[in-house]
Design a protein around this ligand. Structure first.
Ligand code: SF4
Length: 223
């Protein structure tokens, strides 16, 4: 009797373990294959798109002797608000080391594409502002000519849907990695409209202009 009970317990345990492992296998397969599109394929597409964009920008920047990452720093600074247009903000946004970003900023400054402006209240903080030359270069390179040409071949609806899906993917990846969001100030939970078409930041406890709320912020927090 005792042996029989032991046998039943062993068989039941094996059965339960097999259900559990099948369930995780199904989950794993389901999360990797969505309607024929594998995660690997999505990754390949993103890598290919990044490669094409980088190649296009590299060709455009070759006359200037600049690298795509230096243009990325410029593009970030053109959109960053006063809490984010600092060397630290660039480092966090690009996900690079402090030393690499420092070299990038030195090159941009020596080419007169940006200038360093000390903060009025806190002299330890340095803001990085684009010069007219920097803005002019950015206007020539962004959006990348290749991307503009490709967008011209797509319908408005398709571009809208693509933009929404890429935003969703970016948000999910930021959430998964607990990265800073760097999103537009107007959608932040700390942003509060006040009288006269102006806004108030409940985190910094400072007013924000209507132009500033269109910029991106390293302190952005989703509602
Ligand atoms: S409201 Fe949010 S996004 Fe805007 S400045 Fe304040 S913290 Fe940054």
């Amino acid at each position: 009797m005792c042996r029989f009970k032991l046998f039943i317990v062993m068989v039941s345990t094996r059965y339960l373990m097999s259900i559990r492992s099948n369930y995780s296998l199904v989950n794993m397969v389901f999360s990797r294959y969505h309607f024929g599109m594998t995660i690997e394929r999505i990754e390949q597409l993103i890598e290919r798109l990044s490669g094409l964009l980088r190649g296009d920008v590299r060709a455009l920047l070759s006359d200037e002797g600049l690298q795509p990452v230096q243009l990325e720093a410029l593009a970030y600074l053109a959109r960053a608000n006063r809490y984010s247009d600092t060397p630290k903000g660039v480092t966090e946004y690009l996900g690079q080391t402090k030393g690499t970003v420092s070299q990038t900023l030195k090159v941009l400054e020596s080419r007169e594409l940006l200038v360093k402006v000390p903060d009025i209240e806190d002299r330890r903080v340095t803001h990085l502002r684009l010069t007219d030359r920097g803005r002019e270069l950015l206007a020539r390179a962004r959006p990348a000519p290749l991307l503009q040409a490709a967008a011209g071949e797509m319908s408005t609806q398709a571009l809208l849907e693509l933009g929404e899906q890429l935003t969703e993917l970016l948000k999910a990846m930021q959430k998964a990695n607990q990265f800073r969001c760097f999103d537009q100030c107007s959608g932040c939970k700390y942003n509060a409209p006040i009288a006269g078409g102006e806004y108030w930041c409940n985190l910094a406890e400072e007013p924000l202009s209507s132009a500033e709320v269109k910029l991106i912020c390293r302190e952005f927090s989703a509602p």
